[in-house]
Design a protein around this ligand. Structure first.
Ligand SMILES: [Zn+2]
Length: 168
């Protein structure tokens, strides 16, 4: 059962993400935001940017945001943002593209499940990471995983030793 919880592709706690963002950005109502709650903050920043670009109650024809798993990361999801404003022009298109790419970059820093900042594998005890992956990863190629959520790993596995940042 624990394994399924780790490998599922569905957004985690999507209702929570949607509800908390809807309070601040009522215009997202009726659009699909299939994203896990760990990325709530990233989407909040993106929606702020969209309001700066298109106005406080932006007129949009279409909005859909989804996340996809990375084959080589366990705690990271890639954001895909599809948005069509009612009035599109070169300037607002460029500004939206920039805001979307910033959100994608930011999403790579955070665990999609809990929103904690991801750690590079060099920041954590290698042996403990190996033992965790053997137990919880379904991937054959789990040695490629580079980024880890110590908070989620601790929930599944027990305490982890983090290295001093001076040591790497
Ligand atoms: Zn996490």
């Amino acid at each position: 059962m624990k394994l399924q919880a780790v490998v599922t592709d569905k957004p985690v706690d999507n209702v929570h993400l949607y509800d908390s963002l809807l309070d601040y950005f009522p215009w997202i109502k009726n659009w699909r935001i299939n994203v896990s709650s760990g990325l709530t903050y990233v989407l909040g920043e993106l929606f702020n940017d969209i309001e700066e670009i298109l106005g406080k109650a932006p007129d949009i024809k279409f909005l859909r945001i989804v996340e996809e798993p990375y084959s080589d990361e366990m705690f990271m999801r890639e954001l895909y943002v599809f948005i069509e404003p009612d009035v599109r022009n070169a300037a607002n298109s460029a500004a939206l593209a920039f805001a979307i790419s910033k959100a994608k970059q930011n999403s790579k820093q955070l665990c999609f499940k809990c929103g904690c900042r991801l750690k590079h594998f060099r920041e954590i005890d290698e042996q403990q990471v190996e033992m965790f992956l053997e137990k919880f990863s379904s991937s054959e190629s789990h040695s490629q995983f580079m980024h880890f959520c110590v908070s989620c790993m601790t929930k599944e596995y027990g305490a982890f030793d983090e290295k001093d940042s001076e040591n790497y």
